[in-house]
Ligand binder design. Structure first.
Ligand SMILES: [Zn+2]
Length: 266
């Protein structure tokens, strides 16, 4: 059993403002990256205790060098930084894994369940895929599905958990905070770790024969930028056209096209 864990920071139990998520001298960043590391470590421990033979962690926030390596179990490998792959936050999963877990993830751009809601970056008001506001979880868990890896565990804000549960047959979720507009109400960071460890254990102990979701046959991608200048520029990327001043659209039958487009126009 090979387990892939991708980690973000805006959906951990302690972050509420952008300063906590920025490496350049941001308020409380050191504490936030420590809690991110501890939540990831908890998921690793749960997976290992449940019998995972190999666990790889992908650091997936900002410059992707947030996790403190020595806080992870010795058995785990950690992928840091980025190489521009369209697999983005799940880069490496295409090498072949049996289950994917997501720790510290956050609501989609345009959703009010987390003050730090966004998709990929903060340039867009929303991104829709087949008419649904697309979270980073939707984008990347479908990338995992496209290479045959089912998604089994998601931790983050409550709205993301609720939005995401219907996407995968065996997805277990651990909400660690509830947001509304600018505020978040969080469970205790230590309790978050305990719940994440247990859920990681449960997520790969359940039967996984039917855990892989079926991807749609067709994809309609719509990106609404905050700035019309960005929309016009991105509309020249192959496959896109402009829908209105701030919005571009494309359609395809191949999910890889969606990933490549998002890697370049966001
Ligand atoms: Zn992030």
């Amino acid at each position: 059993m090979r387990v892939f864990i991708s980690a973000d920071i805006e959906g951990i139990a302690t972050t509420a403002v952008w300063d906590q998520c920025r490496q350049q001298g941001g308020y409380d960043y050191e504490a936030a990256r420590r809690q991110m590391s501890l939540e990831v470590a908890a998921a690793c421990e749960g997976a290992l205790e449940a019998g995972a033979d190999y666990v790889r962690v992908k650091d997936s926030h900002g410059p992707m060098t947030n996790i403190i390596p020595e806080l992870l179990p010795k058995e785990v490998e950690l992928t840091r930084s980025k190489n521009g792959s369209p697999y983005g936050m799940v880069t490496g999963v295409e090498e072949g894994f049996d289950a994917a877990m997501y720790v510290g993830w956050h609501s989609a751009a345009g959703r009010d369940g987390n003050p730090l809601s966004h998709t990929h970056n903060t340039k867009t008001l929303y991104i829709k895929l087949n008419g649904v506001k697309m979270s980073e979880f939707m984008m990347h868990s479908w990338a995992c599905a496209s290479v045959g890896c089912p998604s089994v565990l998601l931790t983050g804000d409550q709205m993301l958990c609720e939005d995401s549960r219907p996407l995968h047959p065996r997805l277990i979720t651990v909400p660690v905070k509830r947001g509304y507009g600018g505020i978040v109400t969080c469970i205790h960071p230590q309790l978050a770790c305990e719940r994440i460890k247990q859920a990681a254990y449960d997520s790969i102990r359940q039967p996984l024969d039917d855990a892989l979701c079926a991807l749609p046959d067709h994809f309609e991608l719509e990106i609404c930028y905050k700035e019309h200048v960005q929309a016009t520029k991105s509309s020249f990327f192959p496959g896109f056209s402009k829908k209105d001043d701030n919005t571009i659209i494309m359609s395809t039958d191949d999910y890889w096209d969606v990933l490549v487009a998002l890697a370049w126009v966001l």
